[in-house]
Design a protein around this ligand. Structure first.
Ligand code: ZN
Length: 258
């Protein structure tokens, strides 16, 4: 089983009538239900409003892949929780960053750039082109799929060049956007996936659900986790016998920064 934690900001579902009507139990619930259609995936949800935003160390230690949806309350996410999520990603936890999660603290932290983009809310059509039909994330899709009503996101997208571009979107209004990007940070795999504006039923769409299921499987940890402790290697433990030459700053066996 792959253990997935679906994180949702869960704000517009409470405050906007359109969003509330589409997602009465929250977008996180619908995303989790979509993933749970696959018997290999075991899902749980967590929201901003829970203590520690539902992302305790225990929850994260028992999460193989975390999905992140946020929009208007990125600034309300505690920095200590962002640190904790980042550490788990570097150890090997997979992370799916969805739609307006491009501006989340965790995504900006992991990218190191502005993550800005252009946008328009006009309910226009989006066509997502598959860039590599052989990639695990696009299995089961044709050359492209379409969403009838979406918010437009356009270039320039202020992110580092991805390890691979999985989707490029074309919008009815004419813009294009790198809609599916994969990265590796430390031992963790990251997938940014653009669709997901909360006033349209994006997370009920069968192709979107398929991409998310595929992406969780792609992002699952491989091998053991990487616990990075930067240990000092004493002279006598060097693989080859060596003599100390020159001056030294640190005592033998000293911990801390070098
Ligand atoms: Zn949006």
């Amino acid at each position: 089983m792959i253990r997935v934690t679906v994180w949702g900001e869960n704000v517009h579902e409470q405050t906007n009538q359109t969003v509330k009507a589409l997602y009465p139990n929250g977008m996180h619930t619908v995303i989790a239900e979509g993933l749970a259609e696959d018997p290999e995936l075991e899902t749980r949800t967590a929201t901003l409003q829970e203590p520690e935003h539902g992302l305790t160390q225990e929850v994260l230690d028992n999460t193989d892949v975390l999905t992140w949806w946020g929009h208007c309350a990125h600034g309300k996410v505690e920095d200590a929780i962002v640190d904790r999520v980042q550490k788990r990603v570097l150890e090997g936890m997979g992370l799916l960053v969805l739609h307006s999660g491009h501006y989340s603290k965790i995504f900006k932290r992991l990218m190191g750039t502005t993550c800005s983009l252009t946008w328009r809310e006009a309910g226009e059509k989006e066509r997502l082109w598959v860039c590599n039909p052989g990639h695990p994330i696009v299995q089961g899709l044709g050359p492209y799929f379409e969403l009838p009503n979406t918010e437009m996101y356009g270039e320039p997208f202020g992110v580092p060049t991805a390890d691979e571009t999985i989707f490029i979107s074309w919008f009815e209004g004419g813009e294009v956007f790198r809609s599916g990007l994969v990265y590796r940070r430390g031992n963790g795999k990251i997938f940014y996936f653009r669709p997901g504006h909360e006033t349209y039923p994006i997370y009920f769409n069968k192709d979107v659900k398929l991409v998310l299921k595929n992406a969780v499987k792609w992002a699952r940890p491989e091998g053991s986790i990487w616990k990075d402790s930067a240990p000092n290697i004493p002279v006598e433990k060097a693989p080859e016998k060596i003599q100390i030459k020159g001056g030294k700053l640190h005592e033998e066996g000293e911990a801390g920064f070098k």
